[in-house]
Design a protein around this ligand. Structure first.
Ligand code: ATP
Ligand code: MG
Length: 417
């Protein structure tokens, strides 16, 4: 028997409803903040990711789904959204087209990881990118936008971790200090040993060794005046907006393109994979990928992890539907008028929904043939119908149908025409 590939999931039932609702709520929030949607392809030239994310990162070293197409082009399933959005930004000259460059995306990402709770090989991210704004207000808006989505979902047990990685002036000093610090530690894991020269910041993020690192040099102490100022202003803006955060010296993020502000939002409701959102500023990436010198900042939320956190706060209860209308036939002769009536409800013919005072976002089920009235009622109950509309011979002959309220069992006769 065939099974879904390791690390992938069929999304159905509650989870499908949950993702739909999450999508609906987050879209509303993105739009309210004036972010516009961009959809990019799910595969790109592999070099786009290698170049932007960085050679010495988990994603590029071991997690990318790489393949060649029939013409031998080297492609990759996208492991994240920022690189693709930057590519689209440059390709379509959004900087010339749009007075404000704020975009969002929702879509599937692919990483060859060891599957576990909250970690999959195909997963969904919702993200935002704010291009062409070097000011701390953009950093603060991006962080507040992510926090706003989580708060609309009622996710309260979150901590915003914040750090600054400096810029090309001050980071080399920090880097040097880190190399000296890590060189004095003997039992580094193989990954850390290998990365020490190439990308010493990544060691801080190591899942095996990071607990050994005490008294690590802090980037904050190395920040140049401009970066220090920027970081202070971001914090002042967040404080002004009433947003709580913690400054976390060890937060470095796994991707190479970040400059200055980085942040991660963790939820205590999720378990070991507690990072539900991550982002930061990337002032050099657009230029690096062939565009103008355009400073930008963004984030990505992992939808599945957000849903895991939302589940704890009754999110799934809030999407129970109370708008299912079941059409039952007491006499099989009436199946044609009942079927026509169901279709009229679905298409809202002559505003029948409003005329009968039914919910606008109605869901219609039935009629079924070859089922006793009793089993039709049972089915109506099982699917959680709020009302059952019954076509009975005596009533129909008088031009009427019965509407039964499934919770109070009350029945009212109404005119069919
Ligand atoms: P982690 O440290 O958990 O591996 P990351 O640094 O690789 O995360 P990012 O690349 O910044 O994560 O992605 C942003 C968000 O996407 C994460 O915070 C997480 O919620 C989600 N995410 C990342 N990888 C996965 C995955 N394999 N499965 C499900 N969600 C994921
Ligand atoms: Mg990862």
């Amino acid at each position: 028997m065939y099974k879904a590939p390791r690390g992938t999931h069929d999304i159905y039932g509650q989870m499908a409803l949950g993702l739909e609702k999450l999508d609906e709520i987050s879209r509303k929030v993105f739009k309210r903040h004036n972010f516009k949607e961009v959809k990019t392809p799910i595969f790109e030239e592999a070099a786009l990711f290698t170049r932007s994310i960085g050679e010495a990162t988990d994603i590029v070293e071991k997690e990318m789904y790489l393949f060649e197409d029939r013409k031998g082009r080297k492609l990759a399933l996208r492991p994240e959204g920022t690189a693709s959005l930057v590519r689209a930004y440059i390709e379509h000259r959004f900087d010339m087209e749009d007075p404000v460059n704020k975009y969002f995306y929702c879509g599937d990402m692919f990483r060859y990881e060891r599957p576990q709770a909250g970690r999959y090989r195909q997963f969904t991210q919702m993200g935002a990118e704010y291009f062409n704004n070097p000011n701390p207000t953009a950093d603060a808006e991006i962080i507040l936008l992510a926090a706003d989505i989580l708060s609309q979902l009622n996710i309260k047990e979150i901590t915003i971790h914040l750090n600054s990685l400096g810029c090309s002036n001050c980071r080399p000093i920090f880097r040097q200090k880190l190399v000296e610090y890590f060189s004095s530690i003997n039992d580094l894991c193989e990954d850390c040993k290998r990365r020490l020269e190439k990308n010493p910041l990544r060691l801080l993020d190591c899942k095996i060794d990071s607990s050994k690192f005490t008294n690590v040099p802090s980037m904050r102490q190395c920040l140049c005046d401009d970066c220090k100022n920027h970081f202070e202003q971001v914090q002042a803006l967040l404080k002004g907006a009433g947003c709580n955060y913690v400054v976390d010296d060890k937060l470095v993020r796994g991707l190479d393109y970040y400059t200055r502000t980085v942040f991660e939002i963790r939820s205590s409701a999720v378990g070991s994979q507690d990072a539900i959102c991550a982002g930061g500023r990337y002032d050099n990436l657009v230029k690096e990928l062939g565009g103008q010198n355009i400073a930008s900042v963004g984030f990505a939320l992992g939808s599945e992890r957000v849903l895991l956190a939302a589940e704890k706060t009754g999110f799934f209860d809030s999407i129970k539907k109370d708008n299912v209308i079941f059409i039952a036939v007491a006499d099989e002769e009436l199946v044609i008028p009942a079927f026509t009536f169901a279709n009229n409800l679905i298409t809202n013919k002559d505003n029948i929904i409003e005329k009968l005072n039914l919910p606008k976002d109605i869901i219609v089920e039935g009629p079924f043939l070859n089922k006793s009235l009793k089993s039709q009622f049972k089915l109506a109950d099982k699917i959680g119908a709020s009302k059952t509309i019954i076509f009975g011979k005596t009533e129909y002959d008088q031009g009427k149908i019965l509407i039964k309220d499934m919770s109070t069992q009350e029945q009212v006769l109404i005119n069919l025409h």
